[in-house]
Design a protein around this ligand. Sequence first.
Ligand code: HEM
Length: 809
Amino acid sequence: MPRKNGAKPPASPAATKAAARNTDSGPAAIAADAPRDLAARRMADTQELVAGMPHNANKAAEHGFANGTRPPVGQGVEPPSRLPGASTLSEANDSDKTGTAALDGLNSSTDTLDRVRVDSGGRALTTNQGVAVADNQNSLKYGVRGPVLLEDFILREKITHFDHERIPERIVHARGSGAHGFFECTTPLTRYTKAAPFQSAGKRTPVFVRFSTVQGERGSKDTARDVRGFATKFYTEEGNWDLVGNNIPVFFIQDAMKFPDLVHAVKPEPHHAMPQAASAHDTFWDFVSLMPESTHMLMWVMSDRGIPRSFATMQGFGVHTFRLVNAQGESVFCKFHWSPVAGTHSLVWDEAVKISGADPDFHRRDLWERIEAGNYPEYELGLQIFTEEQAERFSFDVLDATKIIPEELVPLTPVGRLVLNRNPDNFFSETEQVAFCTAQVIPGIDFSNDPLLAGRIHSYVDTQISRLGGPNFHEIPINAPLVQVHNNQRDGMHRQAIFRGRVAYEPNSLAGGCPFQAGAAQGFVTVPARIRAEEEQGKVRAKPEKFADHYTQARLFYESQTPVEQCHIANAFRFELSKVTVPAIRERMVASLRNASEDLALKVAQGLGMDPLPDPLPAALADPAPPEVTKSPPLSLLARPGDGSIKGRKVALLVAPGVRAAPLLQVQRALLEQGAIGRLVGPRIGPMATADGEPVEADASLENEPGFLFDALVLPDGAEAIAALARNGHTAEFIRDQFRHCKTILVLGAARELLPLAGLPPSFDKAQAQGGTGLILAGEGEEQAATEAFLRALAKHRHFGREMDPPLA
Ligand code: HEM
């Protein structure tokens, strides 16, 4: 092979480091001690071998498997530089090892994945057996015009691998985007839990998070109206803990028994496989209108939470009631809440629909770009902690996943922060192969008897065995815990670890009893929760009585929204039901809504031309317990403005030849200083002449990045530029969409001439514009003050006043 005359080439510094890393800290999660040695040896050998390999095409031919054919061309790419987030995470963890000493060198997810990371740039091409390939362009033929030979193992290996590159997508949540980061404990929770991430202030635990939509397929659009998954894998020194949540704190159903029905109903209809990434169709509304327990969840999905602006601006929830268990074995109940530091912001429906055509990757791109730009998405973890005795007194059942606990009843205790600061290296290896599971808990976290949770505890691993090709997917690097795995499970498809010795049972005397059971003090011990004597009923297929109250909290949610949010909910129901072709389904849904809100039912019915209103559906529980609160302001998205920053917002600054560049570039600089992105958008991309000689180059065109992709707009001054923009058909739509979607618009100088083009009333005078509508007009010399007003208005995100009293005809 490539080593000439049997000489061993010197290892490069990088190879030596990699080999050392693999020998010292080892691929702990992949294998037990014995296989680790072997893996390290093999890895070290590989690195040395590769380090000694030729980097250019001619040398590859000299060393490679040539079959007497021509050498390949075009190899020798420089290795990609490390992602900024990667170094940040390792630095963060290296500089602060508080409480992570136990992980000893494995204390950041960067290090963890380094053991399997492959950078092929600049390396010679090889087969999967490590044989260097001399020609990657031509298959092996008998003569240049002759048949391809069966012996071409290089061709066959390449095609065979390609043929198997797709795995089944997730049955739900197929479309997802992931990021690495860390969880930092800010308030130790030792009083309530012994769970590793919560033991000391400042302690950091590496995490991987995957956000997702539920209904659509892997390649579907990001901005569908849907629930978003928010799944977090904590790589703790006591094993992996998965908090597999959603961006909505309740669910459609109360019992896992109904999950396959729910998913079959919402997925594309089986006869024609439509619609994709949408719930606006007959089978979904047929099912939920027959399942009144869905009503509360429907309120949330039809609200603006169903169309978030970005993953960085949506909440996350563990949904179920879980248990926290302390070192004394005492337990309390808890609910998990992630709250974005940047505040909660959503899209408007018309915008979401348009974005899905122009940029189906809108959320994935936003997440990626925020992390690349150093605007790391950050969330506070808040816990609602309560006792079983408290729970018994609530008007609802905490085991019912269609119910929330209002924050007025149990306030949130902030305990830490989640920071996402590194993009994955490889989408498939990390985001696609990651396997979350509600069953994966660690000592200090335990389950409640929520019957939906019970089904989930079974379902995830079960599906992953087929999705990831066998029972050993826990060895895939993104899933492997940081701590070593020791047990007597053996064999199965795709086993990576090489277990040594003849003992695979316990108890044993032949291997020192090892692995021994950790014992109650260290191992996971289930809370011995008892069923109260009065609840003891034997085996039943039934639900507790309070589960039958399907409408009180649906009403609470609707009543807690601002008028504009209520209007959006009504519009969403109207839109979705207008797509339903069977009138009886529409009527049944409106009949159900009447039990939650007469106001909402009426608005929806009017929008569907339904007159008179159908009779309300008979409620399952005639006389539900009176609720503790009838209004809960934190349920409104608009009540959560966040830190008021504009970090990560994307602003379009229109340009055209003859633009007055200086004031425009001043706005762009101001945006950049506050962490927002100002993109110059012109009739075409590239450099253009300006009125004041300042060089300007358009990053995007009116055609390739339409107005609805941006959070705000700046219209430039300069007579020639304004005339050019006015001539371009896209300009009017650009401005109209920005205005209709209630976004902030800054109009510099003479650009106000463009407003009537977009249907904005010419009478829109300056005083009116400055008065909080988010349309800011700047005359000459007023640019500085106007820019400041623009940044303040942008921080508000939207100006919904326009919707409630539309100035547009
Ligand atoms: C509170 C209710 C639920 C929430 C919050 C929830 C959340 C999630 C999330 C976030 C994912 C995506 C995980 C990822 O990114 O890989 C997911 C996937 C999945 N969920 Fe759920 N889910 C819920 C209910 C259920 C129920 C009741 C079942 C079954 C009984 C179920 C079965 C599944 C399955 C099979 C997957 C695909 C997993 C995979 O292929 O890796 N879920 N769920």
